[in-house]
Design a protein around this ligand. Structure first.
Ligand code: SF4
Ligand code: SF4
Length: 348
């Protein structure tokens, strides 16, 4: 299956207070009921998503909800993997870590955020306590997630944990620029296709605490404002089932354009359109997600994408890429093939 994981946001609440946090300035009051959390997770597993990753906010600040989610995954007959992101704020000593992890049987992956932003609030020793506890509890995968604004920060943080060797997986990403941090211009790229890839994080959709099912992590912006008009929004799980939403997404060519062409496709869109080029062209972006979200979270960016994918030629191109790269036949493409076959039959 194309989808490798789904992020499930347990809560937007977090009192750690990192300077780069995308939730800064939002109300952060949304969270599901325990039954909703269990139902959404079960629907995602029923649909075939092989791994559920809980996120936030800080999921460990709403521990009963996190436990309900982890238990729902552990009960599922497909035995999906279960991961969780955390700042490790709860890792003040090993006894505390053990007490918490004892209550999360079935957890298979911890994603520990550690970088200059988190370290202002959570000492590396807390992260090390969580690593040691996770190893003792047999948690199979432990990832360090290092968000950098400057190149040298990567080595600085790798060095803090190098004694764990291969036991840790390391993931490094560039911070998405916000008004609260600078230093992006020095390392960023303009929106030219050659700087960006055709793939991104769309194989990991996200469920927000209000039930919004969205294309990727950028939908965390839903903590600040409604998402339902945005390109990244797929549907709300309080209104329709996971399966219904994903079936409808199959015919959503804005979403499928992103799956087919990724941030490189967004850069191409900017370059081929005078208005978008004037508005976004002269700037530097820290990553594909930074550029993509800065463009497509605007009304103009969204309208240009909608207009672009309304063209039947572009739709046929997207269908072809989906077939070649993912082995998928879209509902539209299947209908076209069937109509052609019927026309050929009638002509005989
Ligand atoms: S731990 Fe995560 S959610 Fe909390 S402030 Fe830091 S970046 Fe934001
Ligand atoms: S490049 Fe765009 S669509 Fe892809 S993961 Fe990043 S924000 Fe989402």
């Amino acid at each position: 299956m194309y989808y490798t994981n789904i992020l499930v946001s347990v809560t937007e609440i977090c009192t750690v207070g990192c300077s780069h946090c995308g939730f800064k300035g939002s109300i952060r009051e949304r969270q599901p009921a325990e039954e909703e959390m269990a139902a959404w997770v079960t629907q995602a597993c029923d649909w075939g998503i092989p791994a559920i990753i809980f996120t936030g906010g800080e999921p460990f600040q709403r521990f009963s909800l996190l436990k309900a989610g982890v238990q729902a995954v552990a009960r599922h007959p497909a035995k999906p993997r279960t991961g969780c992101f955390t700042s490790s704020f709860w890792g003040k000593d090993r006894a505390t870590v053990d007490k918490i992890l004892d209550q999360l049987p079935g957890l298979t992956h911890l994603y520990l955020s550690t970088d200059v932003f988190h370290q202002e609030r959570v000492p590396a020793q807390y992260v090390r306590n969580v690593i040691d506890g996770a190893i003792a509890h047999g948690i199979r995968d432990i990832s360090l997630c290092i968000t950098i604004a400057k190149d040298e920060e990567e080595q600085q943080f790798r060095a803090l944990y190098e004694d764990y060797g291969d036991r840790l997986l390391i993931h490094v990403d560039r911070v998405i620029s916000t008004p609260h941090i600078d230093h992006v211009a020095a390392t960023g790229h303009p929106p030219l296709p050659e700087h960006y890839k055709t793939s991104c994080w769309l194989h990991t959709p996200i469920i927000n605490p209000n039930g919004d099912l969205c294309a990727c992590h950028v939908a965390k912006v839903g903590a600040h404002r409604p998402l339902d008009k945005d390109v990244y929004f797929l549907g709300n799980l309080k209104q329709r089932s996971f399966r219904e939403i994903m079936e409808e997404a199959d015919a959503d060519y804005g979403y499928q354009y992103l799956r087919a062409f990724g941030p490189q496709g967004v850069a191409r869109l900017v370059n081929e359109d005078d208005e978008l080029r004037t508005r976004f062209g002269g700037k530097a972006y820290s990553s594909g997600c930074d550029m993509c979200s800065k463009v497509l979270l605007t009304r103009k960016g969204r309208e240009k994408l909608e207009a672009h994918v309304a063209d039947p030629f572009q739709q046929a191109l997207i269908d072809t890429v989906r077939e070649r790269r993912f082995g998928e036949v879209s509902q539209d493409q299947a209908a076209r093939v069937q109509a052609q076959a019927q026309a050929a039959e009638a002509a005989r």
